[in-house]
Structures are given as C-alpha cells and as structure tokens.
Design a protein around this ligand. Structure first.
Ligand SMILES: [Zn+2]
Ligand SMILES: [Zn+2]
Length: 128
C-alpha cells in the first residue's frame, strides 16, 4: 500500500479529496512551502528585504557572506563593517578597492617575498 502522507506536515492524507492534494501532499502545504522559498532574504545587518529569494543559489548573489547570510547593497558597500571576528577584519568591499603598484617596483624587486612586503607596505601607506 502506498502511504498517503503529506511530506510537509507529516499528516495522513488518505482521506483528503484529490482536489486538495498535490501527489500525496496537501495542496495548501505545498503552496506554503513554495511561498517560503519565494520569500526574499533579509539583510543580516539591517534587516531590510534584499532582491534575492531564499531559493536563489548563493553563487548567483552579490553581497552574500558565507556562513553569515545575505547583505543588502547598502550594508555590503559599507566598508567598515566586517563579518569576521578577527582582530584585523577584512572589509567586505576590499575586493573592489584598488591601489597602484608601479611596474618599477615589480621589476626592481626580483624577490617575491620582498615584493610582497613592499606591496603590503604600500597598502598601509595608502590607508594613511
Ligand atoms: Zn500537509
Ligand atoms: Zn542592510
């Protein structure tokens, strides 16, 4: 015998009229589940509704912080906020912030480690 069980609420649906069923599930339960996945994610910082639905894959989103959640564009662009608890938090928009390293610096510093140190120093000088 096939179990008439609604997979959403777990209730027996063998007595329920076909019109109210979606397979073995309550039509109402199925619709509710669908509505939930169509709900928009809210910003984890300010709580505002974002443009992304819960069902939207995180690879398709901008401003999604893994392990934390979705950010709205405003919070995402807010460069002093960090979701890490590190002592030196990485600003969320740091991947969009650029600074210039001269070709001369690269060419005149054959040692990669030395070059790395120079680049880092340049970064902090830019921050001043
Ligand atoms: Zn149900
Ligand atoms: Zn926000």
């Amino acid at each position: 015998m096939i179990p008439f069980i609604c997979k959403y609420c777990g209730k027996d649906t063998s007595e329920v009229d076909y019109d109210y069923l979606n397979g073995f599930d309550h039509l109402s339960c199925a619709l509710e589940a669908e509505n939930k996945s169509n709900e928009f994610d809210h910003c984890i910082l300010c709580g505002v509704e974002t443009v992304y639905k819960r069902s939207t894959h995180i690879d398709m989103r901008i401003g999604y912080v893994e392990g934390a959640g979705q950010l709205c564009p405003k919070c995402y662009h807010f460069d002093t906020i960090s979701v890490t608890k590190d002592e030196n938090p990485i600003p969320l928009d740091s991947h969009r912030q650029l600074f210039t390293v001269s070709e001369y610096m690269v060419l005149s510093t054959p040692n990669d480690q030395e070059l790395g140190a120079k680049v880092r120093q340049l970064y902090w000088e830019n921050k001043k």
